[in-house]
Write a protein of this length. Sequence first.
Length: 84
Amino acid sequence: MGIVWTIVVGFVIGVVAKFLHPGKDNMGFIATVVLGMLGSFLAGIIGQAMGWYQAGEGAGFIASVVVAIVLLVVYGRLRDKGGV
């Protein structure tokens, strides 16, 4: 059940990030889930490095969405330059 929960939360975070990020992002369901999961994972790592979270503690929803938006911006810049 943990994998299903991770996919659902990743999808919600990805959808919220895509909704808040201006512009059109042509991403399917799987890419949206991966975006949300990466946003949450990286937010947890960054939060632990800055002392916001303890080891094993998940990142907050807002931090996950913010990092997912940053990932969308980076992806958009790389895509526009032809890097991806």
